[in-house]
Structure formats: C-alpha cells, structure tokens
Ligand binder design. Structure first.
Ligand SMILES: *Cc1c(COP(=O)(O)O)cnc(C)c1O
Length: 392
C-alpha cells in the first residue's frame, strides 16, 4: 500500500484524533526504523517512551513468542507465573512492597487515585478524597486522569469533569495554597514530560515528602514516562531520595506491549482488597513476560549507560550551537531542547522526520526519548541528521 492509499484509508475509517507525520513505519531493528519504501529513520522517540529496549530485541522477542505460544491470557481468576515474577522483580529493585498490573498509563494512575482515596476512607471516613496535582502536569486521558492533569487546555468539552482535584504550583507555597482538610494525596511527575520536560527541584520534592508524611497525605509519583530506566535509575524517585507511598509506571515496561501498573509501599500494601480493584487484561502473561525481559536487559550496567548516553546527547546538541535550538534539560535519556527563532518545535520536528530522524515535541520544546539500548553509532547518525537539517 502506498502512503497516499494508507492516508486515504485512515481519513475515511479512523477517527481523526491524531495529527500524524506523513510517514508510515513498517519495521525496525535496534533504534532504526524503516518505512514501506525501505527508507531508514533513526528513532529518538521509542514510540513515546515505549520501545525501551529498541525494536526486535532478541531477548524480548524470545520472551514474548515463548509466552504467546504457551499462554496468551487466562484472566486474574487464576495464578500465572509471569505476573508474580514481574511483581517481585519490580518490588525488589524499587523498595516498594507489592504491585497491581493494568494496561496503560491512565489506568495505572486511576489505580493511584483509588488507592489514595481508599487509604483515606479506611482511616478517616468520607470527605477526604481530594488529590492535589501540579500545574503543567500530565496524568492521562481518562476522565479522572484528564481532570488530574494540571493544564487548563485539557479541561474542555467533556463536562462534567469528576470532582476531587486541585492544582498547585510546584513550590511549597503553591501546594500549601491549595491544601485543606479534604486532601488525601499529592500526585506528581518528577520530570514533567508532556508539558516540556521539566525536572522537579530536589529540595521541593524532599520538602513535599516531609509535608505529606506530616499530614498523612499519600505521596503518589506518576512514573509512567520517567519509570523503567528512562532517567538512568529504574525509577526516577530513586534519584530524588524519597520513597513514594505509591508509584505508577507504564510506557517502557513491556518494551512495546500495552502494560502498566502501580507499586504500593509497605504502608499501603493492604489498602486495595479483594473486589475493590481489577482489570480483565491487567498483568497479561505476554506483557508480564515482556516486562521481565525488559527488566533483565535494563540491569545496573545498562542503567548506568542510560545516564552516560543522556549526557552525551545533551552535550553534543549544545555543542552544535544551532541557531534554532537553545538549552537542553532533563534526566537520563528524557531530554527536552528549548526552541528559539522563527520556526516552531512542530515545524522543526517535521523537518527532522522528513530528513530521517524521529523526534517528539513536548509543550514548546523538542523532546527526545530514544530507546535506552541505542548504540553509539545510531546516536552519531541521529546527531548528524540533526546538525545537517537544522543548521540550514
Ligand atoms: C503518557 C503518560 C500518561 C498516560 O499514559 P497512557 O498510556 O497514554 O494512558 C500518564 N502520565 C504520564 C506522566 C505520561 O507521560
């Protein structure tokens, strides 16, 4: 099928909720993907942080195909080994106590919201269900997580939105300004991804954790984008010197399959009891087997390399001194690049894609989320395309 034919099919039969680049990707290997005509692209996006170990990773592929041949699905009415093994691995490597598995980031965050409200209900009864989130946050597209998202542009059309969320600035005064007796939790990203890749201040996060402990608010960390090695540790909270009461993850965990979930700390391990939460597909054996392979690939050595590769990319981009790009920011291989000059970030991204480098935008910035296993050679190729395309 030609690109024009595919576009025709899409516009006729697919809801037009996405503005797509005019490229149809057919297959990939490592951090390189190919369109139907065989043109190659270096991928600095990992499908928005999902293909964490690249395309066609052999360990991942073997785990997925073996599990698919054995048992694709059985439901949570029965035990299945991959679920329990993945939960153990995630808990042991994060210091958390137990896990719940779902299928996406929004669903994982729904779980955090339910966990916080039930924790509070069990202890204090009704009337303490409000969750404070931060300005410029992003937590998902379901009704509740869209409401939790601290950006007014998202609070449109879909009225009535659920109640129980308030938005504070990412400062102690900002949080105190919206605090009240009805609050049960604070939910935050440690690096705000969708709004432009803004790492949180470490002192703020530390003070916030202390405040949460004092008021018995749960500290909920949304690691849907920052989790699973993206920032150079398994979870970003491990670099912030805090232990959240619960943490969500999704994007990178199963290396390309829809999977997500959340971990609870010891204090919250028994909040969600039989019948209070569930998911038909959640913890699906193939996804869980894929997750185990991803965690095996992302061992301590690989995580150390994520930090090195992230600094390497940022330094290389800053050293180019391109007139249209400003400073870089981020953590590990979650990188935001400031855009200057006449062309918007979207125009720059389109140009780069056209020249063979897949990049993302976030807020006003360009955003890079390369596969964590990207090779030095692929980084060099991607940087060369960036330099050539944007120095014109
Ligand atoms: C992507 C993202 C989500 C939503 O994940 P979906 O899988 O699209 O539902 C939630 N929170 C953060 C921080 C994200 O980056």
């Amino acid at each position: 099928m030609t690109l024009e034919e595919l576009k025709g099919l899409d516009s006729q039969y697919v809801m037009q909720t996405y503005s797509r680049f005019p490229v149809a990707i057919d297959h990939g290997k490592g951090a390189t993907v190919y369109d139907a005509e065989g043109k190659s692209y270096i991928d600095f996006t990992s499908g928005i942080g999902v293909t964490s170990v690249g395309y066609g990773n052999e360990k991942w592929l073997a785990a997925v195909t073996e599990q698919a041949a054995k048992l694709a699905h059985i439901s949570n009415l029965f035990y299945a080994e991959p679920y329990a093994k993945l939960a153990k691995e995630l808990c042991e490597r994060s210091g958390m106590a137990n896990a719940f598995f779902a299928n996406s980031g929004a669903e994982a965050n729904e779980g955090l919201i339910k966990l916080a409200r039930k924790y509070s209900f069990d202890k204090y009864g009704k009337g303490r269900g409000t969750i404070v989130t931060l300005r410029n946050s992003f937590h998902g597209r379901s009704s509740a997580t869209l409401t939790a998202t601290g950006q007014d542009v998202f609070h449109n059309y879909f009225f009535p939105f659920p109640e129980g969320f308030r938005y504070g600035e990412a400062t102690m005064d900002g949080v105190e300004a919206v605090a009240g007796h009805d609050v049960c939790a604070v939910l935050l990203e440690l690096v705000q991804g969708e709004s432009g890749v803004y790492p949180m201040d470490k002192a703020f996060v530390h003070d916030l954790a202390v405040l949460c402990a004092e008021r018995d608010w749960l500290l909920l960390v949304d690691e849907v984008q920052t989790g699973v090695g993206r920032t150079g540790t398994l979870f970003a909270f491990q670099q912030y010197g805090i232990l959240p009461d619960a943490v969500s993850f999704a994007k990178g965990i199963a290396g390309g399959l829809p999977f997500g979930g959340f971990l609870a700390s010891e204090k919250c391990r028994e909040v969600l009891t039989a019948g209070t939460h569930g998911s038909t597909f959640g913890g699906n054996p193939i996804g869980a087997a894929a997750g185990l392979a991803v965690l095996d690939i992302l061992n301590e050595e690989a995580l150390g390399e994520v930090k090195e590769k992230g600094s390497y990319l940022r330094n290389a981009i800053e050293a180019m001194e391109l007139p249209c790009l400003g400073e870089t920011r981020g953590l590990g291989m979650m990188i935001g690049i400031e855009v200057k000059g006449e062309r918007t970030n979207k125009e720059l991204a389109s140009l780069l894609v056209q020249h063979g480098l897949l990049v993302l935008t976030a807020g006003p910035a360009l955003r890079l989320l390369p596969p964590l296993t990207i090779t030095r050679d692929e980084m060099e190729q991607g940087l060369a395309i960036l330099r050539q395309t944007l120095s014109e």
